[in-house]
Design a protein around this ligand. Structure first.
Ligand SMILES: Cc1cc2nc3c(=O)[nH]c(=O)nc-3n(C[C@H](O)[C@H](O)[C@H](O)COP(=O)(O)OP(=O)(O)OC[C@H]3O[C@@H](n4cnc5c(N)ncnc54)[C@H](O)[C@@H]3O)c2cc1C
Length: 240
């Protein structure tokens, strides 16, 4: 992977401002099919402008700098941004980030077999972790969700959802079986999450989902809010 591929839009804007320090004028060039736009270093919202242009179909093409050498002479230099050329970033970078997040199979059973709940009914909670002294850490985590409490079900009979039971529930009690895949939050996945801002919005592709956080509902919501913030339409109630 070349070094420049890792530059983010924020980096590009930072470089633009650095370049501007030694030049009269500097701008990022954004190419559309039918026109060219410039994001000027002097623009206080340069990052927002760049993101808006990219979102609207523009490709950042390079940095241009101009230097005045007297009243009638201006020299202009253009530097292309190689990381935005072609599909290299998709093949070498985007795929590396996304492929680093592995998934593991989890089976969920919907049932009313209370042998998959804690033995003492007094300690039943909405979430019930079911471990065993024999566990050596190799078995997938087993949790029984007591849906009567979790979802305040208006029924007397117990309704339980168990993820990865050590043995299937009594068949007479089974209402359904569902096979899921969940992200595995190991070190490569955590590293990949950290690199997500580098690919967000590039080539008009944004990524959201609970997998970008800890896998909870809130993480899914937060990730979507991060995306809409980039679109400039963050709702008033949202605080990131
Ligand atoms: C049994 C169980 C209990 C859970 N309990 C809790 C809990 O108590 N609290 C909590 O916070 N979280 C809980 N979670 C986790 C939480 O539900 C998930 O993390 C969350 O729903 C994930 O949301 P998401 O939008 O990221 O992904 P998903 O809800 O998986 O949405 C992804 C969507 O993309 C669709 N899709 C996939 N591939 C394609 C494709 N190629 N083209 C088009 N569409 C596609 C899928 O059909 C799906 O609709 C639980 C999960 C399970 C399975």
């Amino acid at each position: 992977m070349s070094h420049c591929v890792r530059r983010t839009t924020a980096d590009l804007v930072a470089e633009l401002h650095e370049t501007a320090a030694t030049n009269d004028r500097a701008a990022l060039v954004v190419g559309f099919d039918d026109r060219t736009e410039f994001v000027w270093a002097s623009d206080p919202d340069a990052l927002l402008s760049l993101n808006t242009h990219v979102r609207n179909g523009g490709d950042p093409l390079g940095v241009v700098t101009g230097q005045s050498r007297g009243p009638s002479s201006v020299s202009v230099r253009a530097t292309p941004l190689a990381e935005y050329e072609g599909t290299e970033w998709v093949e070498k970078y985007l795929i590396q980030v996304l492929a680093a997040v592995r998934y593991q199979a989890n089976t969920a059973w919907l049932h009313s077999d209370i042998s998959l709940m804690p033995q003492r009914e007094k300690v039943w909670s909405a979430w019930n972790y079911l471990g065993s002294r024999k566990d050596d850490g190799s078995r997938a985590v087993c949790v029984s969700y007591w849906l009567n409490r979790l979802q305040d079900l208006p029924c007397r009979s117990d309704v339980v959802l168990t993820l990865n039971p050590p043995q299937p529930p009594n068949p007479a009690t089974v209402m359904g079986r569902f096979d899921y895949e969940h992200p595995v939050f190991d070190q490569p996945a955590i590293d990949a999450q950290r690199r997500l801002p580098d690919i967000q919005g590039r080539h008009r592709a944004w990524f959201a989902g609970a997998w970008t956080g800890y896998g909870f509902h809130e993480d899914g919501l937060k990730s979507a809010l991060r995306v809409v913030k980039d679109f400039g339409v963050l709702p008033d109630w949202a605080a990131l």
